[in-house]
Design a binder for this molecule. Sequence first.
Ligand SMILES: [Fe+2]
Length: 319
Amino acid sequence: MIKSVNGSLHQVLKSFAINNRTIWAANRFWMETENMKNKRYGGRSHNHWYLLLFLMKTFNTFLHVTGQYQRGYNNAKDIVLREMDLSFPNLPEEFNGFTILHLSDLHLDGIPCLEDIILRQLDNREVDICVLTGDYRAALHGPMSQVMKSLEILVKGINSRNGFLGILGNHDSCHMVEPMERMGIRMLINENFHVERSGASLQFIGTDDVHYYYTDQALHAMEAVNDGFSIALVHSPELYDIAAEMGIDLYLCGHTHGGQVCLPGGFPILTHVNRGRRFYKGHWRYKDLQGITSLGIGASVPVRFNTRGEVLILRLNKC
Ligand SMILES: [Fe+2]
């Protein structure tokens, strides 16, 4: 039902020669306004989010009553800087050693001054590019000016040679794109971007969120991949199979928070993904595709148990 409405809206707007970004904005605005979620294999009821909100509030109350809230909050602020080496036989020689700062799930309104904690961890470290894989706020609706101010402080403090790329998550709004681009973040809304170095290039393909706001435009963006080395930026791991099929080399995502509230040993109770649950955290492989699912940095309910938020620096190596 939703897919056919999206499809017909897309066709109508196309017939007026309106560009893809405008079509996307109209569609996502409608979905946000109507609180209409859409996943790849069909629509999702309005009740899903209300049930989740109820469970989150109940859990929050439980933590306060049992005296565990402060411990969980301290855990959530205890963010680690993690470095990871990734090897690829087809990486162009020119990009051997290329570093990517991967920031995901900032939820900047969840933990005060989170941007300062991140900048302290980075300690003015220089990277080749910074990618932001969505969920800049904890709230799903309402004002976002404070979140944008915190994000601007963060971006100004990060030392990135090739700038910033960003995509939207399921907590974000289409109205964030413009202020983020004014900060100097190149937003990829089912679009791609090339980083050039000595005649070689890396292709980045960024999609809109596919957990709540899936449209076929995300698939079309991946179909546009070229034969060179390519990196997909998707908020959640849920398009892993499409990325592998398209011959994408690296898939960077987050969304799961590594489970956020885990049993001892890091076993998650919930991962909030419809597909690809086994890729809920860390470095994974699927066929020829390698992926990284970040544990995220912030949290919508600002507590963590048996998992830590992480600032990731990925180094690409030719093997
Ligand atoms: Fe998310």
